[in-house]
Design a protein around this ligand. Sequence first.
Ligand code: HPA
Ligand code: ZN
Length: 324
Amino acid sequence: MVSSLINALPKAELHIHVEGTLEPVLMMSLARNNNVSIPYNSIDEIKNAYRFKNLEDFLRLYYSGLRVLKDEDDFYILTMNYLKRASENNVRHVELSFDPQAHTRRGVRFEEVIEGIHSALKDGERKYGISWVIILSILRDLSVEDALHTLSRAEEYKDIIDAIGLDSAEVGNPPSKFKKVFEKAKTSGFHLVAHAGEEGPPSYIKEAIDLGVERIDHGVRAIEDETLMKMLGRMRIAFTLCPLSNLKLNVVKSLKNYPIREFSKVGIRVTINSDDPAYFGGYINKNYEEVAKALNLKPKEIIEIARNSIIASFASDERKREIL
Ligand code: HPA
Ligand code: ZN
């Protein structure tokens, strides 16, 4: 059975937004406890609202939903709930993204956010044996000045934040807009990743590479540019694909022609991840299962994808050997 193979494989999750793991039940209870009004009266109403035309449509709900997160404890609970799910999916290493600007801009202190997430990751490591990396993601629809200020906060937490990423509304906000930010982050010794080629054109993927990113989050639209694909393949760059996200946000029409084999064939390291599982209908194993089913993946191909996730992670070589 494919699903038992998927479950049995040790995996790393490399593309997961902690705010996107906010399950409707937790959203309701935090809204009540923190006195935040949300436009829903029941769990069913929340679930019914989760139909998205595109990325922008999703981001509206995502930023509205995360307003229920107010203090360190909330971020702790959110992260812990995710780690429990990750452990049930046999995730052994996680590279967790968070969007500090989505919190600081509504008056929540950076310290509360990072400390809640960090405490949970430390406790989760003890409880579930999941190693971790924290990725601070810059909101690309905000200004470069805001990004530079956020990077300076990351530098204060350099001992626990390992990487800088780039997310939010892609079209019209190319990676090159953040050249200065990524240069500075690289000089400070952060790993670099960026969302590119989700809704944006293949040229955004090239721009992200030029900024020095080590992985591309999404990258699906690379399929439109054969020359770019070959270059990415030669680099052995990893893509953190998120099939259910792409399906729900109409980035692809169906998983029947999801370009995993095309990417693998040129040398791109394909990984499968869940992005915002509370919104897109499934955690990491479900993402593997849906792709395996749609493409009729062979066990060998599934094993390769799980292996890629560990190889493409920022875990130490020692930790990678332990998991593989
Ligand atoms: N794309 C861009 N920004 C995001 C996403 C995504 O899939 N999820 C959360 N922020
Ligand atoms: Zn994402």
